[in-house]
Design a protein around this ligand. Structure first.
Ligand SMILES: *Cc1c(COP(=O)(O)O)cnc(C)c1O
Length: 424
């Protein structure tokens, strides 16, 4: 047994982790009298203990003040979404007026496409990755149909060219070059949900813009996972959710970025009263004058109860900082990779790129020997309180999250895989 498989090694790493105290700020799911090794923060982040106070504050305000709650105190509901604006801008590397928390991810993707996918006879094409998250594909395909176009012709799905289902930058560049003169827009993931591959947003934007296309990103698996520089990337728009690495609860209010250069855009949009300039909103007149910036894309007065946990989550990101989280994340995921390479290579094969720049915290791990064997291992891990998630036909995704996972968690995964192998 190599040293890295020793409990003492994992504990020593955790003891010098400068972010170790954040774990105590989360509710950890239980298993057999202890806690789970929870690796599914890419699906639903754990609950920050601070979330409850923010939710209760809203409930109390509603109970005691009712409609007046819109206008009283620092956390008044009229401007409640502004409370998350600055910390959210810091997490994604944007100017405050470029971001807004609103709606859900897929709804925001549709709203952005209404404004930014404007096919013409010369440029009808919408380009995305093959094997995208289903909701994104449904959204893009239905947008293409909405314009009276045939997805078989107007929706371009770039096939991965690397074994394991990842993309070389050359493949993306080739696709953009091939379709360039006919491209209206590109929608690409920040981190691909199935493989965990991270992309260079600035480079994809540069290539897309050079070809004359609009470029937008789905950052569902990137936000809170990787340090982002959305403004500097030059992307036209981006959308994401807050229930994965942003720990804001099931179905949490989502996020949206519109680059500053579009702050006063004449692009068409689907409008609602909350996007109207706040100065004139309550005149309740017939004309729509959008608030400059991302706020102008809002439709409705926001679900305050849905926004409340986001305040607690963002406050943690501000204290931890994305730079420190990323440094720990590289160590933690690097440890997982080391354990697999050193002792589990006969069972597990990492699909996620080995290059650190090309991944976040998640490793997508193929179980060698096929689906049945993979399901058996996955079930065994769950029985040991080690929770990843399963992706057909033979992949287990393991996401060590630097805010609450530990080296001991990661070792518990590896030790459980060994236990399974020895018992078979
Ligand atoms: C999680 C995820 C979604 C989920 O969409 P919702 O609208 O939040 O239900 C969509 N797209 C991607 C890429 C995701 O990772």
């Amino acid at each position: 047994m190599t040293e890295i498989f020793a409990d003492a090694y994992a504990h020593a790493c955790d003891a010098v982790d400068p972010l170790r105290h954040f774990r105590e700020e989360f509710h950890l799911p239980l298993h057999a009298g202890g806690t789970q090794a929870y690796f599914v923060g890419n699906s639903l982040g754990l609950q920050p203990k601070g979330a409850r106070a923010h939710v209760e504050e809203v409930l109390d305000k509603w109970a005691t003040e009712a409609v007046e709650g819109h206008f009283t105190g620092q956390a008044q509901w009229m401007t409640y979404h502004e409370l998350v604006r600055d910390p959210l801008a810091r997490v994604v590397g944007a100017l405050p007026q470029e971001v807004v928390a609103m709606n859900s991810l897929t709804a925001n993707l549709h709203l952005m496409l209404v404004g930014f996918y404007r096919p013409t006879r010369e440029r009808p094409l919408l380009l995305m990755e093959a094997g995208a998250f289903p909701s994104d594909r449904y959204a893009l395909e239905s947008q293409v149909r909405f314009h009276g176009l045939d997805p078989a012709e107007a929706l371009i799905e770039v096939e991965p060219d690397v074994d394991g289902g990842t993309f070389s930058m050359a493949a993306i560049e080739r696709a953009i070059a091939e379709h360039g003169p006919r491209l209206a827009a590109i929608v690409w993931p920040g981190v691909q949900y199935r493989t965990g591959q991270a992309f260079d947003l600035g480079e994809i934007t540069r290539l897309g813009h050079a070809a004359g296309a609009v470029v937008g990103f789905d950052l569902a698996h990137a936000v809170g996972n990787l340090p982002l520089q959305l403004h500097d990337s030059g992307a036209d728009f981006a959308v994401w959710c807050h229930y994965k690495y942003l720990n804001s609860g099931p179905g949490a209010v989502a996020g949206c970025f519109v680059h500053e250069r579009h702050a006063r855009t004449a692009r068409p949009r689907f409008a609602g009263w909350w996007g109207n300039d706040a100065a004139v909103r309550f005149r309740m007149g017939p004309e729509f004058e959008p608030t400059p910036g991302a706020d102008g894309w809002q439709l409705s007065n926001p679900p305050i109860l849905g926004l409340a946990p986001l305040r607690a989550a963002l406050e943690q990101f501000d204290r931890a900082t994305m730079a420190a989280l990323r440094a720990k994340s590289e160590r933690l995921t690097g440890y997982l990779e080391q354990l697999i390479d050193a002792g589990l290579g006969d069972i597990l094969q990492v699909v996620t790129p080995r290059e650190v720049r090309q991944r976040g915290c998640q490793l997508s791990i193929r179980v060698i020997g096929g689906r049945e064997r993979g399901r058996d291992l996955f079930g065994f891990l769950a029985s040991r309180g080690v929770l990843g998630d399963w992706r057909e036909p033979d992949v287990i995704r393991i996401s060590p999250v630097p805010l609450y996972n530990t080296h001991a968690d990661v070792l518990r995964f590896a030790a459980s895989v060994r236990e399974w192998r020895d018992a078979r």
